[in-house]
Design a protein around this ligand. Sequence first.
Ligand code: A3P
Length: 339
Amino acid sequence: PELSKPTKWKGIAEIAGISLMADTVDNWSQIQTFKAKPDDLLICTYPKSGTTWIQEIVDMIEHNGDVEKCQRALIQHRHPFIEWARPPQPSGVDKANEMPAPRTLKTHLPTQLLPPSFWTSNCKFIYVARNAKDCMVSYYHFYRMSQVLPDPGTWDEFFEIFINGKVNWGSWFDHVRGWWEIRDRQQILFLFYEDMKRVSKLLLRDHWQGSCLRNVSDRDVWKNRVNVKTRFHSPQCYLHPQDPKHEIQKVMQFMGKNLDETVLDKIVQETSFEKMKENPMTNRSTVPKSILDQSISPFMRKGTVGDWKNHFTVAQNERFDEIYKQKMEGTSINFCMEL
Ligand code: A3P
């Protein structure tokens, strides 16, 4: 299957079988020779996995929870997007080169296309992964509202295109696998959108039901990333029923920062979906309608886990699960599909 071209289509091209904007491909030699620095922090995601969300979290941590400092510029201008190009505007690489250190940068590139200096400069990476089904739904609505991407067709058509990896930045499966497999070889903090979204109401419900293990996902218990028993006995769990805080704390530690509880609580609040949807610096409301038409679908659309259930048919779901099993065979990664 192929995507049909809209009128405003500038072009899609490929590098090593991965679809990218044609301007990015035209600028490929500048991108590949980009010089990373040891104190760079690179935010890496497959599109629609919560990039804007983690960018805002990182920026808030960097500025010690100072909301005004985070209002200094649009989110898409705060962190240069390495492979972004639209001449005659300065490219992502141009913007990164002008930025004083320490820099926070953004990319959607799969590992095999990342500029090599990122690997040799030993910088830090934060990767956010989102479950494939919600990612597909979010990407579908993004393709619909974007006026510079090809027309995604119907949901059924887009479903085929996505599973075949014929979308920009390529296959979700290869992207996530690639970054997951190298997570221990580099300084990579690997996060999940679903963990950032999880609220400890599950734990509260467990308390009421008198069983501290019930309703807590297998993955959490298995990986021991949430020590359920400790939390169950800790009154803090009830005072701070937000789990994004746990993930934000991990980001803070990874960035080598130390912020007090009150600042962390403020960051949790300011980076909630509701706040970011209202915030003109994060909701893309200033992007012209000729590029993103938010009357078709808002950029800050739903921000939930499990919206795939409103889109996938039973048959599509079964087929997807089968394909997922094949494509992700041999990897230890485990996603949570609903909260
Ligand atoms: P939905 O389309 O499912 O709503 P990206 O920034 O990588 O393009 O990802 C966009 C997706 O992240 C959208 O998903 C958007 O709503 C969601 N998102 C953005 N900010 C969020 C937040 N603070 N909390 C939860 N989801 C958020």
